[in-house]
Design a protein around this ligand. Structure first.
Ligand SMILES: Cc1cc2nc3c(=O)[nH]c(=O)nc-3n(C[C@H](O)[C@H](O)[C@H](O)COP(=O)(O)OP(=O)(O)OC[C@H]3O[C@@H](n4cnc5c(N)ncnc54)[C@H](O)[C@@H]3O)c2cc1C
Length: 444
């Protein structure tokens, strides 16, 4: 535990990907503008860097979103990861998403918009989609595939490397990252936070940045914000929603004895497949597990003790209440379900012959974790109070490592950053709530 100073200009709460990225970029931004340095920033974490979702994520970085304003954000994220891929543990292997014909129009829109904002991707339709997938994975079962795309800037990050790399970047800039200090309350005077109460005493600050991941509901309440929200949609409709909804993630790992490589012997792109009309059949029992298939995976890399794959499927909605403590793998309640290994390995075996019969290779250990999602499952980046900025990513964090860089510009004095504007809290009241997407998954 570090020593909490009595005062700081910027207090960042939470040392996950957002807290660390924001502090690191803010330090550089202040220095570049001659307005200060990392000495003006303190990050506190109740446990330590990477103690939340950031430390257990799959680390996939991709831009496959039907919510188009996300595309421009992701370009900044790719820039951040590629600013130092070695120290941040980023592998720019690209990303491929494949679907059935019914998603062709969505893919066309996504790829057109990605390219319009400078995120290079290509689309393949019909026979071309099948040929493209086979050129990378010759054993890919392309029978039901009608469309796919390839994002060149995407890839995956190792979570431990990412946390260590970002913490080093902060330290290099003079930012103090203090572990074992829990924020317990906010002193608000005339609508502004003047002091933050912690487990080791108070700290006065000019600006607070709240980046507390799945703990956001608690901080939202501490700031007296409403737990229900009227959401107005662009079509004039309205709906009352819970402010935060918890989902638990279903992820795991499968050992694979041969190196998992492409046809030309490279680390394969991150793969995501949603086949809305294709059932998942349990390889062992022959029973239908679900009437549609949704799976993603990538090389297991730093997560594995020997070669293998890491991946998952659609998370499961818990609801507006969830026991966030203990977090992640330590929480008995939120581990991947017993059916998940059957589902994951059956879907993998269905899609690639190399994975057939791999149920016994599923790595039996704790996996998963929970996230707090917003009313429309799209992040909120905004001032909660005039001097308190919130990064609530709705569980898209590794993909949004660039948000800290953009938020740093606001914190350093810019009045507006256009890429962040669609994500303000005011969107719910102003009829800009994002709608549902053509996917079974809340992340698309
Ligand atoms: C199993 C799993 C897999 C995932 N896979 C991916 C993926 O492949 N790609 C992707 O883009 N995203 C993925 N995500 C989502 C991503 O990990 C998160 O969106 C992201 O890490 C959230 O970052 P954060 O900085 O907001 O929060 P966190 O990483 O949760 O950090 C919040 C920090 O705040 C601290 N804190 C909380 N309360 C307090 C307090 N009162 N005082 C002080 N400190 C406090 C916590 O200790 C914690 O360290 C995954 C998530 C999970 C759970």
């Amino acid at each position: 535990m570090g020593v909490l100073p009595e005062q700081t200009t910027y207090l960042v709460i939470g040392a996950g990907v957002h807290g660390l990225s924001t502090a690191w970029h803010l330090a550089m931004e202040l220095r570049a503008r001659g307005k200060g340095s990392g000495d003006d920033i303190v990050v506190v974490d109740k446990t330590a860097p990477g103690a939340g979702a950031t430390g257990i994520a799959c680390g996939c970085v991709r831009n496959f979103y039907m919510t188009e304003p996300m595309h421009a954000l992701m370009r900044h994220s790719a820039d951040v990861w590629m600013s130092d891929p070695i120290r941040l543990g980023f592998q720019q292997v690209g990303y491929i998403s494949a679907g059935e014909e019914n998603q062709q129009a969505d893919y066309e829109r996504i790829v057109a918009n990605q390219n319009a904002v400078g995120y290079h991707s290509d689309i393949y339709v019909g026979k071309d989609a099948k040929k493209f997938l086979k050129s990378i994975w010759p054993d890919f079962n392309v029978d039901q595939v009608g469309v796919c795309h390839f994002e060149q800037p995407s890839g995956y990050a190792g979570t431990r490397q990412a946390v260590a790399g970002m913490a080093e970047k902060c330290a290099e800039q003079g930012v103090r990252v203090l572990s074992g200090i829990e924020v317990e309350g906010y002193d608000v005077t005339n609508g502004q936070i003047t002091k933050v109460r912690t487990s080791v005493g108070e700290i006065a600050c000019d600006v607070v940045v709240i980046c507390v991941g799945a703990w956001i509901g608690k901080h939202w309440q501490m700031l007296g914000q409403p737990m229900k929200l009227d959401c107005a949609y662009p079509d004039g409709g309205t709906a009352e929603k819970d402010m935060w909804t918890y989902w638990r993630l279903l992820e795991g790992e499968v050992y694979f004895d041969q190196p998992y490589r492409t046809a030309d012997d490279k680390d394969p792109p991150v793969l995501h497949v949603e086949l809305m009309n294709t059932p998942v059949i349990n390889e062992q029992t022959g029973e239908e597990m679900d009437d549609h298939l949704y799976v993603y995976w990538k090389n297991g890399a730093e997560r594995m003790d020997r070669p293998g794959i890491q991946g998952g499927t659609i998370p499961i909605r818990i609801g507006p209440e969830a026991a966030v403590e203990p977090y992640g793998h330590a929480n008995d309640t939120y581990q991947a379900d017993p059916w998940f290994p059957d589902y994951m390995t059956s879907a993998m075996g269905h899609l690639m012959a190399r994975f057939k019969g791999h149920r016994r290779k599923f790595r039996d250990r704790r996996n998963g974790g929970i996230g707090a999602f917003t009313p429309d499952n799209v992040p909120i980046f905004d001032w909660v109070l005039p001097n308190a900025y919130m990064i609530a990513d709705s569980n898209h964090g590794f993909k949004l490592a660039g948000v800290g860089k953009l938020v740093a510009r606001l914190l350093a004095g810019d009045n507006r950053v256009s890429e962040l504007e669609p994500f303000t809290y005011a969107r719910f009241a102003e009829g800009r709530t994002f709608g549902s997407s053509n996917s079974h998954c809340p992340w698309v």
